[in-house]
Design a protein around this ligand. Structure first.
Ligand code: FMN
Length: 352
């Protein structure tokens, strides 16, 4: 059976389908529905206190006995932001003025890692998987999580990044093609225009490492799941498709925008959040990415852009999505899981 392999056995999955952890946009109900349908539900914990993180994990556990993936994007503090990004602040202020939003907030520096109190929650609650974006934490945190029996994965956007992750002890690697929605997982600052698409990246990563590879980026239906398996994937990870599910926490302006997305109206830019990510190309993107203003560091830039989403104007809202967004369906997570499993099985049967 195509859907069973060492990775699915290790993680106790019926289907090799991961729902991407997408920060606070994923609810415990969404992750639980995916895991209950035999896939791997994921919850992002960045920006959550240890107590709130534990509540999210327990919220999942109350709704599902399946496996859980907990996720941390990692970044260091950029230091004092006084006087940084003056031109960009003026640009965002102009957008605020056009929407009567008052003054932009004062951007604050921040960092994200697995803090000692988060680590204690993870050691206590033992999610089956902990995943990272933008690189890995230090060896002590890696060892502590492994000693707790937790399976560790991280995104790579190039073969060199995949090799580096393997040498630092990850148990599996997410090959993130440039089609992907959300932030590029690069931790070596590869130029955006040089990052490979999934069709080129995936088989090269599979050849380069000895750990299982999970395909991410532009996987929108059973055909692309089947294609990823043909290219050597042990699982797929979908973000944009699950974002559209009824159980996600996206605001109405985001949900209502899905019908306007096409294969050719998303773009990767660092101007909206401070790190490269793929968005709907709207007025917000156009105005912030025009030459002449550098974004503030991530996520300080996002703290300026995000309040514009609250205006309910899709022209200035922060709308992350991948290139296969037009393949997504407005449905429930259970229904999406069932369709993906049935469609990919049907596709792969045709090749036996
Ligand atoms: C709105 C959004 C937010 C995301 N946030 C995260 C995140 O916090 N951590 C992470 O590891 N990946 C995140 N991703 C990236 C996904 O893990 C995955 O690489 C991507 O969604 C795959 O491409 P697709 O959107 O075309 O399915 C995010 C993706 C989206 C669309």
């Amino acid at each position: 059976m195509w859907s069973k392999n060492a990775l699915t056995e290790r993680l106790n999955l019926e289907w090799p389908i991961f729902q991407a952890p997408m920060g606070g946009l994923v609810t415990p109900a969404l992750a639980a529905a995916v895991s209950n349908a035999g896939g791997l539900g994921g919850l992002g914990l960045w920006g959550f206190s240890a107590e709130a993180a534990e509540r999210r994990i327990l919220g999942f556990r109350q709704q599902s006995g399946g496996s859980l993936n907990i996720n941390y994007p990692l970044w260091d503090s950029p230091g004092d932001l006084t006087g940084v990004g003056i031109e960009m602040r003026a640009r965002v202020q102009k957008l605020y003025d056009s929407k009567d939003l008052g003054s932009i907030p004062t951007p604050e520096p921040s960092s994200c890692g697995v803090s000692p109190d988060h680590l204690a929650v993870l050691q206590d609650t033992k999610p089956e998987v902990v995943s990272f974006h933008f690189g890995l934490p230090g060896p002590d945190t890696m060892s502590a999580l492994k000693e707790a029996g937790i399976f560790l994965i991280c995104s790579a956007t190039t073969v060199a990044e995949a090799r580096s992750l393997e040498s630092r002890g990850v148990d599996a690697i997410i090959a993130q093609g440039s089609e992907a929605g959300g932030h590029r997982g690069t931790f070596t600052d590869v130029d955006i225009s040089m990052q490979p698409g999934l069709f080129a990246l995936l088989p090269q990563v599979v050849d380069a490492v000895n750990v299982p590879v999970i395909a991410a980026g532009g996987v929108g239906d059973g055909r692309s799941v089947a294609a990823a398996f043909m290219l050597g994937a042990s699982a797929v990870q979908l973000g944009t498709a699950f974002l559209r599910c009824e159980e996600s926490a996206i605001p109405d302006v985001y949900r209502d925008s899905f019908d306007s997305f096409t294969d050719a109206n998303t773009i990767v830019t660092d101007a909206v959040t401070g790190r490269p990510a793929r968005f709907l190309k709207n007025r917000l993107v156009d105005e912030l990415s025009a030459p002449g203003a550098e974004p503030l560091p991530f996520p300080a830039q996002l703290s300026l852009s995000n309040p514009l989403t609250g205006t309910n104007d899709p022209g200035v809202a922060v709308l992350l999505a991948g290139q296969a967004v037009a393949l997504t369906r407005a449905t429930t997570a259970a229904d999406l899981m069932q369709s993906l499993a049935a469609e990919s099985s049907q596709q792969l049967k045709a090749f036996v």
